[in-house]
Design a binder for this molecule. Structure first.
Ligand SMILES: *Cc1c(COP(=O)(O)O)cnc(C)c1O
Length: 415
């Protein structure tokens, strides 16, 4: 469910025609729907009623301050993976006491800043990290609340780049080292081990891996309590998939919630979840314009647009599929084309051999479901200023990040 719909043939975001936005702010542009984002946040949280839940939005999926501020006002916490993301959350008015700090490599100054801010929890992934955090906390006469991120070794059956709980993964503490690592944590003066955490991957298309992970985590909580650790928090990570228009329909938030409630009810833990993609992916589109058409060899036809892999990396990085469609009423008929960007890389293909309504030079098109890991992964590769971001709210809209200028491209450089 999202608020990008056709009215009189023309694609709108809520009550604003996308063609009008293109005129006002140019292309390429990321356009987000406030109503869609808030709806997803509410549906997700109500799916987990029955558990004592803290939902922490994964900042890395869509770090714009305006989006974070909306979610903060909804009462969400935040899952961060860097000091920069902590800075963003605080700038957006987020509550540090609802922040979880994840990641396999945190700098000492990042740990110190998070301690000073008073965050809810550090998710630690190694013995060395525990020792470093303990040292910094003890120096500040503080005790850091810690969950250890363990590797539950479940196959999330997703793209290998976004599976994080295989036995070969760099993430999490391997099962055989978990008990020893908790013992170490318990012995450190600056650490209070309050929880366990996992995150099994992203764009997961079935409930089964989540249920499997929850079973394993439940058993681990009980085992750790036997060992004398007072474990009262269980962080299940993020990873629930969204429909991109290819592949199987992922489970609904309700099915996901039911599975977690079934396994975790009565465990007497606060359950943390870290949704990213699920909340924001189809709350955003990438709006782009056809620069020209080009005939390739034989029947190969290219549609060259003004957005490239630097603006939307997912197709090049993960062979990800994004539905695309014209903003104006679609022309009759169909053709098979490659939609490509202007970047000097053969990987700069937004849609390969895609069946589309006929497209012409100057047409506006949207890449759907681009709200998560879209602008977040954008770069200036090929000296391309990053796109403008716009937030639509009913009939009104505003720029929430200005299009970068050439000056922005050289900021901090000296010839
Ligand atoms: C990336 C990430 C998430 C969010 O994943 P989604 O698939 O966007 O829900 C949550 N937690 C951690 C630790 C992550 O690295």
């Amino acid at each position: 469910m999202n608020h990008f719909q056709r009215r009189k043939g023309e694609l709108c975001c809520e009550d604003v025609p996308l063609s009008r936005l293109a005129e006002e702010v140019g292309t390429p542009a990321y356009v987000y729907s406030k109503a869609t984002l808030l709806r997803h946040a509410r549906v997700f949280r109500s799916a987990l009623r029955g558990l004592d839940v803290l939902a922490c939005f994964a900042v890395k999926s869509a770090p714009n301050l305006a989006l974070l501020a909306l979610l903060a006002r909804e009462g969400l916490g935040f899952d961060i993976v860097s000091g920069g993301e902590l800075f963003r959350v605080l700038q957006a008015g987020g509550d540090a006491r609802k922040v979880v700090f994840s990641g396999v490599g945190k700098r000492q100054e990042e740990l110190a800043a998070a301690l000073d801010a008073g965050i809810f929890q550090f998710n630690c992934e190694s013995e060395e990290e525990l020792q470093q955090l303990s040292r910094i906390a003890a120096r500040k006469k503080r005790v850091a609340p810690v969950a250890l991120r363990v590797n539950p070794e479940v196959d999330a059956r997703t793209h290998p780049h976004i599976a994080t709980a295989l036995s070969t993964s760099k993430f999490g503490i391997p099962a055989e080292r978990v008990l020893a690592t908790y013992r170490l944590a318990a012995s450190l003066p600056g650490i209070r081990a309050v929880g366990v955490a996992c995150h099994i991957g992203s764009q997961i298309a079935s409930v089964k891996p989540f249920a499997e992970a929850a079973e394993k985590m439940r058993a681990l909580v009980l085992r750790l309590r036997e060992d004398g650790h007072d474990i009262r928090r269980l962080d299940m990570g993020g990873g629930l998939g969204v429909p991109y228009g290819d592949g199987p329909e992922p489970p609904s938030p309700r099915q996901y919630g039911e599975a977690l409630v079934r396994v975790l009810e009565g465990l007497d833990v606060k359950v943390l979840v870290e949704p990213g993609r699920l909340l924001v992916a189809n709350a955003g589109v990438l709006l782009t314009r056809v620069l020209l058409r080009k005939q390739g060899r034989g029947s190969r036809r290219f549609v060259v647009v003004d957005a490239g892999m630097n603006d939307l990396l997912r197709p090049a990085l993960y062979q990800a599929h994004h539905e695309l469609e014209p903003v104006a009423r679609p022309r009759r008929g169909a053709e098979v084309v490659d939609v490509v960007g202007p970047v000097c890389e053969s990987a700069d293909v937004l849609a390969k051999r895609r069946r589309v309504h006929p497209l012409a030079t100057g047409d506006l098109i949207v890449m759907r479901t681009a709200g998560a890991y879209g602008m977040a992964m954008a770069s200036q590769y090929n000296a391309r200023p990053r796109p403008v971001e716009v937030l639509v709210d009913g009939r009104s809209w505003r720029v929430i990040r200005a299009r970068e200028s050439y000056k922005d491209l050289i900021r901090g450089e000296s010839p």
